[in-house]
Write a protein that binds this ligand. Structure first.
Ligand SMILES: O=c1[nH]c(=O)c2[nH]c(=O)[nH]c2[nH]1
Length: 285
């Protein structure tokens, strides 16, 4: 016997730019949206019967249509509206999952003043959200960020690790620590100021990264997640991934020069990769 074990389908990489026009200036958002639906689609897979299929092209159109009417100020609130709309119109759908990645546009400064209608691409950092709801269920909202590229030039070392026959790495109490953070955290509520909470989470993590006396990427990652969970009551779990973007000290002794931790070669591959999930445990009775 062969059966359809699981399935979901939808539209990926729906690109959307929204300009919200105000008399005093405009707001700009650039999102890449993914819609994935699960549901009663056995007949489509096993019999070629498309009568329950909402075309993915229709989903793409829905992304734009909801964006036109939505007054949501955050991508989380917009994603909830989109999921509600799709679930409301499609009883054959058991759950809708919306993912959004938001590009980092910043208002341009001209002559020292923020320009009302012109923007500059800030960095390759993106803001993310993943919103999911089942028919008659409650929302599960995970938000985060990706490709937050940061680097510290002091207060980072790596010592005391296992030394065995294949170990060549030298211990150091002073190294460069560069990474591109991916973080995703879970909200305990759905009616909060998502943008303000996001800012608190991000700023808390950055503050710890800068000030931490790092014994390893693992220790700093844990300290960042722990501080964010302590500072922001609206989240209860965080997954963090931090590649260790090695910067290798160049041996200048070949040229009769010293190198007191000043000249490095940044490398992409191979790189260390550290990830962890950190959560708030229920208070002990
Ligand atoms: O912070 C680090 N953690 C490791 O596990 C590790 N391994 C390694 O080679 N360098 C590092 N750095």
């Amino acid at each position: 016997m062969i059966e359809l074990a699981e399935n979901r389908y939808g539209k990926s990489r729906v690109r959307l730019m929204k300009v919200t026009r105000h008399p005093h200036g405009n707001e700009l958002r650039e999102w890449t949206v993914q819609v994935l639906l699960k549901g009663d689609f056995h007949s489509a897979h096993a019999e070629g019967d498309n009568s329950k299929i909402l075309a993915t092209d229709t989903m793409k159109n829905t992304v734009y249509s909801i964006a036109r009417n939505s007054t949501a100020t955050s991508m989380e609130a917009y994603a909830m509206e989109l999921a509600d709309f799709l679930l409301g119109r499609n009883p054959q759908v058991s759950s809708a999952a919306i993912r959004i990645e938001s590009a980092m546009w910043k208002r341009m400064t001209v002559d020292g003043k923020p320009h009302p209608t012109t923007f500059m691409h800030g960095s390759g950092e993106t803001e993310t959200t993943h919103v999911e709801r089942a028919q008659a269920g409650t929302f599960r909202i995970l938000s985060g960020l990706d490709n937050l590229v940061i680097l510290k030039t002091a207060n980072s070392g790596f010592e005391g690790y296992i030394k065995e026959s294949l170990t060549t790495l030298k211990e150091t109490s002073d190294r460069i620590f560069g990474t591109a953070v991916r973080a995703e955290w879970h909200y305990t509520k759905t009616n909060i100021d998502f943008d303000a909470v996001r800012t608190s989470v991000r700023e808390t993590m950055l503050g710890i990264f800068a000030d931490h006396d790092s014994k390893s990427v693992q220790q700093t990652l844990y300290a960042m997640a722990k501080s964010a969970l302590e500072a922001v009551p609206e989240i209860d779990e965080m997954e963090l991934a931090m590649p260790n973007k090695h910067c290798l000290l160049v041996d200048l002794s070949r040229f009769g020069q010293d190198n007191p931790n000043e000249i490095f070669v940044p490398t992409d591959e191979p790189h260390g990769y550290i990830e962890a999930r950190v959560r708030r445990t229920p208070d002990a009775e």
